[in-house]
Design a binder for this molecule. Structure first.
Ligand SMILES: [Zn+2]
Length: 324
């Protein structure tokens, strides 16, 4: 099986990525079917009829990801689908630096959905990669780049990857900056806290990449000892570049999946919360979960998986009083 890199056309890096998307959706059956299927998926608002903050999407093609077995044994026993040697023959890519491949996600949630693995098979751990994330967000200005921790929605916890989806899709992007509580503001970084239906978000804004990465490190270092059994503090991150600033949303977590995910029969809800769900589009592969989702169930799920109130208050306190 020969896989060639996609050379793209002349123009900006992002133009090459858009060209890759067009080529893959045109020439690769799986991508074509799933991207055209996306136009027919059901979606409805949960909290208000217009400009809602939360939607539910019924997306049957995502069953593979929502129900992914990510225990150590299942992971060991399957071929890694993000390693180059196992990529489908039709998959093309654009290289980002020496380390990353930009791939079209053939099981999309967004009308433009990318998976961005590193070229070596190594664990999903964010430490030391925030700078890469910010560089990607700047190079892909039409996209929001996001990270799902190994127990926070990543279906390949053994192979480091980001994802990206076109801007304008996730309601959380529209969240007004002044809606949050200002924790700290200086020449470099504006730090705010937002809370809605037990979804707790730290919003960082800055045009200084290093200062942002430093702030993220402070959050990471505070959370790490709270979960000594985890390889990293559980979290989801979304980053977008709006010249001249980045906006980074950090969502600390305490659980991988709600109890309903593991339930049997009627009580089961197939929703494995990750960046996209917490960003305001709850993805359910099954129609019955789509039909029953409402604000109360959503809030119950968020309360189970997001950081709890006591640790959240301590984190905010830390961010107000200690400079990194
Ligand atoms: Zn791999």
């Amino acid at each position: 099986m020969t896989i060639e890199g996609f050379s793209g056309i002349n123009g900006s890096f992002q133009d090459r990525v858009h060209a890759l998307l067009s080529q893959q959706v045109r020439d690769w059956d799986l991508a074509r079917n799933n991207y055209s299927g996306l136009k027919r998926v059901m979606r409805r608002p949960l909290d208000k009829p217009e400009d809602a903050d939360f939607y539910v999407q019924c997306n049957p093609a995502r069953i593979r990801s929502s129900a992914a077995k990510v225990d150590a044994r299942s992971i060991r026993e399957r071929p890694c689908f993000l390693c180059e040697k196992h990529l489908p023959a039709q998959q093309r890519w654009v290289e980002f630096g020496r380390e990353y491949l930009i791939l079209v996600n053939p099981f999309p949630i967004f009308p433009r959905h990318l998976t961005i693995p590193v070229r070596t098979h190594e664990d999903q751990l964010i430490a030391g990669r925030m700078d890469d994330m910010l560089q990607l967000a700047k190079a892909l200005e039409d996209f929001v780049v996001f990270y799902n921790g190994p127990r926070c929605g990543a279906s390949a916890p053994d192979h480091f990857h980001f994802q990206a989806g076109n801007k304008g899709f996730l309601p959380v992007e529209r969240m007004r900056q002044d809606a949050g509580k200002l924790l700290r503001q200086n020449d470099h970084v504006d730090i705010r806290a937002m809370e809605q239906y037990h979804r707790r978000i730290i919003m960082l804004r800055s045009s200084d990449k290093q200062a942002l990465a430093g702030c993220f490190e402070q959050i990471y270092d505070f959370l790490k000892p709270l979960q000594p059994d985890q390889p990293e503090p559980m979290l989801n991150i979304l980053a977008g570049y709006h010249a001249p600033e980045w906006q980074v949303l950090v969502l600390p977590r305490k659980e991988h999946r709600p109890w309903q995910f593991h339930a049997q029969g009627d009580e089961q809800v197939m929703l494995s919360p990750a960046s996209v769900d917490l960003g305001g589009v709850l993805v359910t592969p099954r129609e019955k979960d789509y039909a029953r989702m409402d604000l109360a169930l959503m809030e119950d799920i968020f309360a189970q998986v997001c950081i709890d109130a006591a640790n959240w208050d301590d984190l905010l306190n830390e961010l107000v009083h200690k400079k990194p």
